[in-house]
Each structure stands twice: as structure tokens, then as C-alpha cells.
Design a protein. Sequence first.
Length: 546
Amino acid sequence: MIGLIEKLKISLLALLLLSACLLIKAQAASSISASSDVHIAVTELPFSFSPFSSVSASPSDFQLLTDNSRSSSAQYSHLFFDPLVRWGQDKKLQYRLITKIETLRDNNTRFFLKKGIVFHSGNALTSKDVIWSFNEALKNKYLYQKLQHIIEIKEIDDYQLDIQTQLTPAQLLDYMSHLFILDSEFYQKNKIDHNAQQSAISPSVNTLALSGTGPYRVNSFYSDVSLRVEANKTYWGEQPMLTSLNFVKVKSKQSRLYALLAGDVDISEAISNKNINSVDLLDDKHIYQTAPINTLFLLINDLNNPLFADDSVRNAVHLSINQAGMLKHILNGTGTVGNSFASTTFANGQHAFEPVQLIKKSISPKPSTEQSVLLQPIYDTKLAKLLLDTVSRPRKLSLLVKIDENAHTKEATLAIENMLLKVGIKLLVTEVESMKRWNDLQFEHDLMLTNWHTSLLNRDNIYQNIFQNSSLTNYLSLRFNEEKQPLSMQQKIKLFDQYQSQDFIVPLFSQNEIWATDKKFDLKHVFSVNAIPYWHQLTLSTEEPQ
């Protein structure tokens, strides 16, 4: 009996110790979520808090703003504002400020707003805010490209409005995911300039710098240094688990990595793909990859060089380029190559979008590229030489490169130079940074290298962006004009595919974005299907440390 009592005492003590440990762990987690800042190293901080600003933190040209800077700034807009709809992780649109939509006659779509939503100022959300925000967004060139297809927005009552457009419902909602709704009364009363640089905000300042419906509000801001946000207690949705986030600008990839390894930050944006193996081998760190829609294109210009009118010469250039090798050695396996733009971007029907989903995995010491290669392009230098031997072989070719540090354009240029040398062609390279210089010089060169990127997901919207609002636009317009007749969107898409099969346009690769995090945080619910982080969905990890 005494032995049994002793065993019961030991069991009870063990249970109490286990309960105490679980309580301490729960309190520690609560402490992290309730009072501790989550420090996030980022490449850029916002120039302005307005999602309608036409100025980026480093506006070297309009294209930089519309592509990379605009995509980067979206993470901040989603902190403070909401669109009517947004893309989730499962390729489905989430209703944010609306309860439902109805398709009406005469190309009208009715939107029903949620009731009881208030802005940071305390003003209630109504249809008037949506209409005012739409008209303000049209003043931004980038947003105008997306919203110009809307003919009219008409208020029905405080919580219903009709949108008239020639777009399909799928196109319309994709574009509307880029329209953030602002507090019209607040912005008009305070005469806030969307393009004015945001001044410093210290924690003691209680004046609102912005008024949206988003999950966070500004606590402090120091331009080019840091942005600290805290949970919006009047937020209409579920309160964020992590109530305080501190975004710190760290310019270089190496510095962002070192800050993470030293414990100075908890999460790091855009680390080098060369470091993913060493980071993921650590017990307390994770690598996350997202796959935004982007492609590095090589354009072949037969208008500047008559030799390229010969199919075999264009084919020889393409055969000389080892795309799988570029994936392996430039991207370290963190991307995709294919034999066409469509093969790496679309699947499952005309409007279905099939990106590489958010990847959370251990990266092997020697990443295999086999799973990242879709319909692998042919690389054959012997055949390329044979083809070039049948024509007047070009000894020198000129290459114009639109520099994009985020797209590995310099490394790709060097690789292409070396690969073409193997077939006896020397490249004369000209690099440009501004869109103006690119447009001025592109038709004076034999080859052109440029990156394209979008956060749109609808198939027709994506092609519309390439054809009308990208660094490929002038080149494609010239080719389309050769048809000497008006072309529908479907005819242009068919021609675009044809240009690729004929090697006028070579999609070299697309690349993933790489984030690194302390394992106590879980990023798997943070990123949308178009790789935009929704930071209010950041949670603590349930994984046990190894």
C-alpha cells in the first residue's frame, strides 16, 4: 500500500511539473504575441502610406515603380487598408469589405458592402468611400492601367454600388483586388497628398497619418529606417495574433541574412538563393519560397539584323542557351524554366492560374532542378553550330539589357555571353536602367534582355499587361502591326505563343522569392497566391524545436 501511495505521489508530481512546463510555454508564447515586437528585415520602406502614391522609395523610373516597388509596397497597404476583394492562398478570391456580388444586366455588377466597418478615424465605411477611392486611384498611372476599363461606378445606397464594365467578372475582380478603400472624409478634410513623402512619426504622436480599415495602425515611422505598427483594436476582422510588428530596412541581402542569424531580426525578406542550404540546415531557422508571376525574356530582333529572319539562326541562338543550367547555377534551383511562357504560368483551362504554391521545405545540400523544369528546353551546342554553319554566321551581336537587380539580369547576361561564345558569337552588351533609355535603344540591338513581373492573376489581364504595359510592349506592338489588321486579345495571345515557338521570344526562367525566418514563427498562412504577405495572418509555430 505504501509503495502504491509513493507511486501516486510521483505520478502526481510529474503531472504537476508537466502542467507547469506547459503553462510556462503558453505564457512565453503569450508574451511574444502580446507585447514583443516581431522584427522583419525588408528591402524597402514606404515613401508614402497612401496606396495611391505614384512615387516609390527609389523612383529611378516608372517601370521600377510599377513592377518591383509596387509589389513590395503592397505588403504595407494590406497592413492599413483593405480592398473589396483579395487573392487568398488557394487561388480563390476572398471577400474583404463586401458580403456578396451579383451580376446584373447591361454589364453591371452589384457589390454589397459589409455593415459596421469603421476606419481608423472612427468614420463608417460606405459606398461613397469606394467611389471616392476609385476616382483617386485613377490619378495614379499604374492603377489607371488596371481600372480604366471600368466605365462607371454608381451608388445605390450606403451599402450597395454598381460597377459597369466590359470586363468579364473574373477580370473585374482581379483588377479590383488592387483598389484599396480609403476614408474619404478623413482624406478630404485633412487635404492629404497621396504623393507627399511621409514625415517621421514618433510613438508619442497621436495624430493619424492615415485612415483605412486594415488590421494595423502606425506606431512609429522613420523614413528609410523603420516602421513599427500595432494592432488596430477596432479592426472588423479577427485580431492579429502578433500585435506589434517592426519593419527594419536592411539594404543588402547579406546584411539581412546576418541580422537574422545574429537574432537581430526574426524574419528576413529576399535573402540570396546562394544561402538557402546553410540557413535551412540550422535547427532554429526556416526557408520559405513564394512564386510570384515573373519571367526573364530574351527578345530576338530581326528588324535590326536580317540574319534573324532565318529560322535556323534564331533556333541556333536558343539552342546555345542552357536554361536548366541557368536555373541550377544562377537561381540555385529556386525557380522554373520551360519551353514557353504559358507552360510555366498557366494550366487547367483558359482562366485558371496554376502557380508554384508556397514552398516550405528543407533544401538539400545539392538542390535538384528536375522538379523545377517543365517541358525542359533543348540545349544543344553541336546542333547550334551545325545550323550556324549553314548560313553566314554572325560573329558579333549586340545585346541590350534592362538592368533589374532583383531578377539576376547581370548574372544572366554573363551566362549568355559565355554560352554564345561557345558557338563562335561574341556579344557587345549595353546596360540601361531607365525605361526611357530602354525604349530609345531597343530597336538598335540584335538581342534584348528584360524582366517582367505582375501581381495580376487572371489570364487575360496578365496578357493585357504584357501587351500594353510592359517592357515588351513596343517590341510586340511592332510585331502585331505586321498583321495589318485589328487583332482581338485571343489573336494576340496566339501570335505571342507563335513568336515563342519561332524563337523570336525566349522565356528564359522565372524565379521564386526567398524568405527566411526564426522557427518560432510560421509563415505558411502569410502569403497570398500572388506572393503578397498578409502580416496579420502571421502566427507562432506549433513545431517543436529539434
